[in-house]
Design a protein around this ligand. Structure first.
Ligand code: HEC
Length: 165
């Protein structure tokens, strides 16, 4: 009699365990697909967020509007011949630049260009031109190009993260 009771208890315990597992596996795929769609929303500069042609256009703009201060190779310039004092113009490529912008979004970088640069004439470039220069700066920092142009939309650019590596 006592034995039968133990058997029944074990049987119930096994049933509970099996149904717990069944629920777990049933919910598993749901949780996974939610995580997957969240991951596809998260994009970074490593995902090919501009095209080669766009970076090319940006390069021509950079040479015209930015290069005199930030250097032909985005290396930064400490002092121009015309400047009586040291006015540091920071590099737009390499470790310092990447570290400054690491974890921020392309929207932040785009707005920085748009609002404050070129320093001697802010607001000269159109939104499209600013996006093209952002594309060029990404290219010169070694981030890959892709199949789609970067749109000059703040809300879209805000979803793309700058990740150092
Ligand atoms: C007349 C010189 C001059 C020109 C032209 C110029 N800049 Fe600058 N830029 C500066 C100076 C000086 C600073 C540092 C002071 C500051 O932040 O305003 C700077 C800072 C920056 C920064 C911040 C860098 C960092 O890591 O924090 C970015 C980004 C930038 N410039 C982008 C551009 C772009 C893009 C252009 C061309 C559209 C441009 N600049 C044209 C002088 C210039």
């Amino acid at each position: 009699m006592r034995n039968t009771l133990i058997h029944i208890l074990i049987f119930i315990a096994v049933l509970v365990a099996i149904s717990a597992l069944a629920i777990w596996f049933n919910l598993g795929p749901v949780a996974h697909s939610a995580a997957a769609s969240a991951a596809s929303v998260h994009r970074s500069v490593w995902d090919g967020v501009y095209t080669y042609a766009q970076a090319d256009r940006g390069g021509a703009l950079y040479d015209r509007y930015c290069g005199a201060c930030h250097g032909r190779y985005l290396e930064g310039i400490a002092q121009l011949p015309s400047e009586p004092v040291w006015v540091r113009k920071p590099p737009l490529s390499g470790g310092e630049f990447r570290a400054n912008w690491n974890d921020m979004s392309l929207g932040d970088l785009f707005e920085r260009f748009r609002i404050s640069m070129p320093q001697n004439a802010p607001g000269t470039l159109t939104r499209q031109q600013n996006a093209d220069v952002v594309a060029y700066v990404l290219q010169q920092n070694g981030y890959p190009s892709g199949g789609q142009e970067m749109m000059p939309e703040r809300s879209l650019l805000d979803t793309i993260k700058i990740e150092w590596w």
